[in-house]
Write a protein that binds this ligand. Sequence first.
Ligand code: MCF
Ligand code: FE
Length: 445
Amino acid sequence: MVRNQNTSQNTQKIIGANRVFVCDEAFSVIKNGGVVYESMPKEQMAQRAGDSMDFTESNGSKILAVGEYENLVRAYPHANREFYDDGVLLPSLVNAHIHFEFSNNTTSFMYGDFGRWLDSVIAKRDDVLSNITKSVQEAIATQLVNGVGLVGAISSYGYDLEALSNSGLRVVYFSEAMGSNPSVIDALFGDFKTRLEQSEAHKSAIFTPAVALHSPYSLHNIYAKYVLQEAKKLKAPVSAHFLESAHEREWLLSGSGYFYDFFAKTFAVPNPKPFYSIEGFLEQFIGLENVLLTHCLFASESELQTMFQNSHTIVTCPRSNRLLNNTYLPHLQMGGAKNLMLNIALGTDGKSSNADVSLLEEMRAMLFAYPHTDLSTLAQQILQSATHNGARALGVKSGILQKDYNADMAVFKIPKITQSAQEALQFILHAKKATRLIINGKKLV
Ligand code: MCF
Ligand code: FE
């Protein structure tokens, strides 16, 4: 039941629920808790964003207080308020890696081996990428229904730019660079810069332009160097697919296997050689602040150690990993290698390597992918990956219900959770659609 009172025009609002998941390190849960946040009228929001020339984290609606609902009501008696008796309130979820442009795909690609998948993408890509408007809108709607407030969107072509910038979602928009032919690097870089500049024109309090290197096997090292210079100029987050397949590891280590044939036969490259060593690829990111390395299924302990030392994040996409590479990110124990505390974020990847782009389904799949991990602990880790780990990776101050964080929240109606210590688990099992979604203080659902 929802009690809704005090509807006077007020910029302060209280939202409360039977259970509030703060999603901090300790995974604190508040019974009958709430959040006070500022909800700015649209004009004011636009003005605030325009006030300063840098569209940084200081812009937009913030959380003012978090605590027990009744205490908040007493402290903010004039705030507009709503309370969900049978609901869970938590930070809106973060889908840290998704390709909206591939939303048309259902049955076009081959699964079960990365090489077979890539061959099928090359063969069917043009069909899948045509007339994508409707499917991109559907994928955006899926994010909102899933209570996702922030996405790390990998854009290979820029076809999803308008839809995402008008979606109301908080977006980190990664213009992706890909191409290995040295004779066309200038043209490729020119196209990349055009796409990046187009995304910069949409920069706002909720839209951050960023840069993606597709992968070590598909990107010439000189092209990568140019692209990373742009990322440094913008102080932008950087994303890359990395060590996704055993084929990729073999290619980078010994220049043989599937990728040798891929270049020699499919692209008729004489005597093909990898552009990087594994260490060489990682060295490019030293000194960058928000680096997201997606998949990393075949990274060694020492490579994970390097990632940890440089504060990189691994984005894991469990269903994509099962479908393309028949495995899941190993050593999940508190993130990455056994004794490390690597930041692990969660993504759905695109419909190119998944049946759908529902983050709730991804969380459920992940829960069943690690049968040897304690269930309640795993459930909490999954929720943290899907909230503050993802936001931290993307350089966005969301993902925790805490004062001064962005007012990005979701409510899911779930029958009252009576088993404390298993709240995260019950949530993952039963959350089906967001009843309320607030992004930057604005109600989207
Ligand atoms: O993450 C998965 C698998 N790994 C690599 N690339 C992609 C994934 N999903 C979509 N892609 C895209 C990528 O951005 O597929 C193309 C690129 O546009 C692959 S290379 C022909
Ligand atoms: Fe991907």
